[in-house]
Ligand binder design. Structure first.
Ligand SMILES: [Zn+2]
Length: 140
């Protein structure tokens, strides 16, 4: 018998970034990214939505270990990005810091480390109007 459920946990970090693709000319960058290409960057209050899917444990009634999930996201994502400039992070030296790519990075960091259950989806709220989702391949 299968009793699967999903849990979505919310996390927050504040970071600056600049949308700029090194392979494109300055002109094309300005056309593609508009004001987000501004040399000095700009900041966002990001919300990360981590969705975990798993079997409901018969004893605890839960699908994952929240305390361990919180510790994982805090140490791998929040402490790394909070109050930083994302473009200065080694992960984004050759990758544009779009919401799509930030969500993908978070997925890649977490997918093999979820304490119990499986990572289902990463959601990333960047602005009031921009929400990104990423669902990569499940490793292992
Ligand atoms: Zn932005």
């Amino acid at each position: 018998m299968n009793h699967q459920a999903r849990l979505t946990r919310q996390y927050h970090f504040c970071a600056a970034h600049r949308l700029h693709a090194k392979e494109l000319s300055d002109d094309v960058n300005r056309k593609v990214f508009g004001k987000c290409n501004n040399l000095n960057g700009h900041g966002h209050n990001y919300t990360v939505l981590v969705t975990v899917r798993g079997e409901i444990d018969a004893l605890t009634g839960e699908i994952t270990d929240l305390e361990r999930l919180d510790r994982l996201v805090t140490t791998t994502i929040l402490e790394r990005f909070d109050h930083r400039h994302l473009n200065h992070d080694p992960a984004f030296q050759d990758v544009v810091t779009t919401g799509e790519n930030v969500a993908r990075f978070i997925w890649d960091e977490l997918v093999d480390a979820i304490p119990l259950g499986q990572l289902e989806k990463i959601g990333l709220i960047e602005t009031r109007d921009n929400y990104f989702e990423y669902q990569g391949d499940r490793h292992g």
